[in-house]
Design a protein around this ligand. Sequence first.
Ligand code: CP
Length: 342
Amino acid sequence: MKHLLTTADLTRADAISILDTAAQMAATQSREIKKLPTLRGRTVVNLFFEDSTRTRISFETAAKRLSADVINFSAKGSSVSKGESLKDTALTLQAMGADAVVIRHQSSGAPHTLATSGWVDSAVINAGDGMHQHPTQALLDAYTIRRHLSGERRDARDPAAAPLAGAGLGGDLTGLKVAIVGDVLHSRVARSNVQLLHTLGADVTLVAPPTLVPVGVEAWPCAVSYHLDEVLTDVQPDAVMMLRVQRERMSSAGGGFFPSPLEYTRNYGLDRRRLAHLPDHTIVMHPGPMNRGLEISAEAADSPRAVIVEQVANGVAVRMAVLYLLLAGDMSNQVPAQNVSS
Ligand code: CP
């Protein structure tokens, strides 16, 4: 695989290879061996046409920990604001010898265009395109779920929990139940996660108001519900992933916020009362940035179940794995033990 554009392109073996490599990368970080020489002499360009905190910093950190040279490009303050096209921006990067381009763009499909246009020779990594895909977010989410919930770890957290059929065997998420809650309509995180979690064997339930469910969702490999309380009590999910309400996409699409914020919080917000319905082992996730008080209360976001900050930390190891596998390895390679320097 030359590019990472969508989780739909990942086989189960590809996904597990990335997660296993990320675990090895994380092990080097926890030994305080911060820098691997693997990508010395290679150049990674972060090409961000849309705002980002976590993804951009995480890719920059990951590339630097692999000893790559990093160029950060933001549309704001660049010649894009003078009308320069994606093509001419890409040709400029090609002239500068980029080995990988990490692209975030407001238009769904921009990373695919970049990868298939012939404008650049480099690997293209989708860091979020419109309402379409955010594959490294889904990978870091799967990595976080696996760390907390596969096999014996889940049993240790909640000895009374019913045993899972094969969870963790072979490193996948078979038998785990994941609820993804909120503004599914505008969420590239939801689209990437449904695909990847299904590939890894988890059972996904989407929960959203009818107005925030995409057309065609029946074809997605998941269940759909409009009732959060029912899902929390009946499904008893192992992980609850709250989605950000994307007010900026609602106004740019000409639509309003419906249901009203108050109604939304009442019916779909995660708060202390709803947390109490969940099994002890259930983790609470959010890709960030959060609207505290809207889709998630401060109590839920800061509760011991919340793994939101850990998701961010895991993103570095996952992005190191992706850069490593695309630029220095292949999907069956492991991180060589001798390839480590302090
Ligand atoms: N999760 C995520 O994509 O966050 P940023 O927009 O801050 O990168």
